[in-house]
Design a protein around this ligand. Structure first.
Ligand SMILES: [Zn+2]
Ligand SMILES: [Zn+2]
Length: 256
């Protein structure tokens, strides 16, 4: 029997590869540059994600006096669809702040630069995230959800929704969401965040709710244009191991 993670990879590939062939935004190969590196991130990220959830559980178990059981039971008594909507708002607000820090604090940027080194956007590009960044953003996103007391059922629905959106926004697809584009993140929204035009990556910091960027004045989503070049001017190693060590080697170089 195939392990769950391999099954997940096959299912996602079977969904996104045909869709990206039919609805492609840019003409590109399936096995584009960096594909094997990103496939490695897919498998390692699964285990790193689990350890992030354990870290959150441990932190919360040490902070039980900060929990509010009355608030938690009110949150948990709501229908799942309402909890999902609230979880998206709360976690994306937290992610928005964490993501701005990743761009604005120089040593945090060294980790986030790995994600921005993607030069060909597709569904698999979503998983190119340095493990330290993955744990940091996961803690920022999940802590408030656990603290507020969302039910296990709604957290599972949220986890599926959030993973689906992450793959969708990186996918090489031309999609029109109409008015929904303010409430559901799309490739039209997130691709600009990966644009190689220097000032534009400092726009569109949310990953689920573009409305947040509209509220905070960081939105960039022109109706008729899409970026043609992705990536950053820094040179980042192409392989998985090189990318894992990149932020540390850069810090050592700067310290000399
Ligand atoms: Zn970013
Ligand atoms: Zn991205």
């Amino acid at each position: 029997m195939l392990p769950e993670i391999v099954k997940g990879f096959i299912i996602l590939a079977c969904i996104f590869i045909p869709l990206e062939r039919i609805l492609f935004l840019h003409k590109q190969k399936i096995f584009r540059l960096g594909w094997a590196t990103d496939a490695t991130y897919f498998f390692t990220g699964h285990f790193i994600g689990r350890s992030g959830a354990i870290v959150v559980t441990v932190i919360l178990s040490l902070m039980t006096n900060l929990l509010n059981p009355e608030l938690q039971s009110k949150v948990a008594s709501q229908p799942v669809w309402l909890q999902l909507a609230e979880a998206v708002i709360v976690s994306d607000m937290a992610y928005y702040i964490a993501h701005r820090l990743l761009h604005e604090v120089p040593w945090l940027w060294q980790f986030h630069a790995v994600h921005h080194s993607i030069e060909h956007m597709d569904w698999l590009a979503a998983v190119r995230v340095h493990p330290c960044e993955q744990i940091f953003t996961q803690i920022c996103k999940i802590m408030p959800l656990y603290w507020l007391g969302f039910t296990k059922e709604s957290l599972v629905v949220y986890a599926v929704y959030s993973a689906a959106i992450a793959f969708l926004i990186h996918s090489n697809m031309k999609l029109k969401f109409g008015i929904l584009k303010w409430f559901v993140a799309t490739p039209q929204f997130h691709h600009w965040h990966h644009s190689k035009i220097p000032q534009i990556p400092n726009k569109n910091f949310a990953v689920q709710l573009p409305l947040l960027d509209l509220l905070f004045g960081t939105i960039y989503m022109p109706a008729q244009k899409m970026p043609h070049q992705y990536g950053i001017s820094d040179s980042i190693p192409a392989g998985y191991i090189g990318q894992i060590f990149f932020p540390f080697s850069r810090r050592m170089k700067n310290a000399r």
